[in-house]
Design a protein around this ligand. Structure first.
Ligand code: CA
Length: 229
């Protein structure tokens, strides 16, 4: 079974490190951000199974991040609040957060909540809230986890799907190999950026009319890759 991916958005370094450590130890893939803006980008670009979101964050607060995520996703959101932020907590739940924890909390309790949230059925997996990404005859549907080329289903491996989804969600944006590695494999992945090149090559063989002369997943020499179209 594919590892579940959790996006953690928290600006307190110690807590962020503790969350990353414990979640990774439990077998989850963790992508982390230290401010709201970065957190929102992660939560929307990476196919997260769960988002752990602090409320008081630099750049964009957790409530705004929550509202934006809910604009097109039903991913479970667990909010973290400091003592005395009771009002925010209520607003957070109204904005669509699924659960909240008041700091300081025990890691065991947090891991139990995470497991419970991940067990819940997702709504957006069947009622297709998530946007279908289209480029010419190529269609990626996040809700059904399918990719079609000229109406024919492609058989993509999970990482290939994630990679294509990441690139297609922001057409024209150049991703460095390190960014792609962090987003899809997590910051603690031991391995190098050649992993990214290999997956790009496999993906091109499936989605490019002429894999030797890619028109969709374009190499930006010395930088990384971008989706064109
Ligand atoms: Ca905070």
């Amino acid at each position: 079974m594919q590892r579940r991916r959790i996006v953690v958005v928290e600006d307190e370094d110690n807590l962020l490190e503790a969350l990353k450590y414990n979640l990774t130890k439990e077998g989850y893939d963790v992508s982390a951000a230290g401010n709201g803006r970065e957190g929102l980008a992660l939560a929307t670009e990476v196919w997260a199974d769960l988002v752990i979101l602090d409320i008081m964050l630099p750049e964009m607060d957790g409530l705004d991040v929550c509202r934006h995520i809910r604009g097109d996703s039903d991913v479970p959101i667990l909010m973290l609040t400091a003592k005395g932020e009771e009002v925010d907590k209520v607003v957070g739940l109204e904005l669509g957060a699924d659960d909240y924890m008041v700091k300081p909390f025990g890691m065991r309790e947090l891991l139990a909540r995470v497991r419970a949230l991940l067990r819940r059925p997702r709504h957006d997996t069947d009622d297709s809230n998530a946007k279908v990404l289209v480029s010419g005859d190529l269609e990626l549907d996040p809700s059904s986890h399918t990719v079609k080329l000229n109406h024919v289903n492609l058989d993509l491996k999970p990482r290939e799907f994630d990679l294509l989804a990441l690139l297609m969600a922001r057409k024209g944006k150049v991703y460095t190999r390190h960014e792609i590695l962090d987003r899809l494999w997590g910051q603690d992945y031991i391995g190098d950026t050649r992993t990214v090149d290999v997956h790009v090559r496999w993906l091109r063989e499936k989605v490019e009319p002429d894999p030797g002369n890619p028109e969709r997943i374009v190499t930006i020499r010395g930088v990384g890759y971008r989706f064109q179209g």
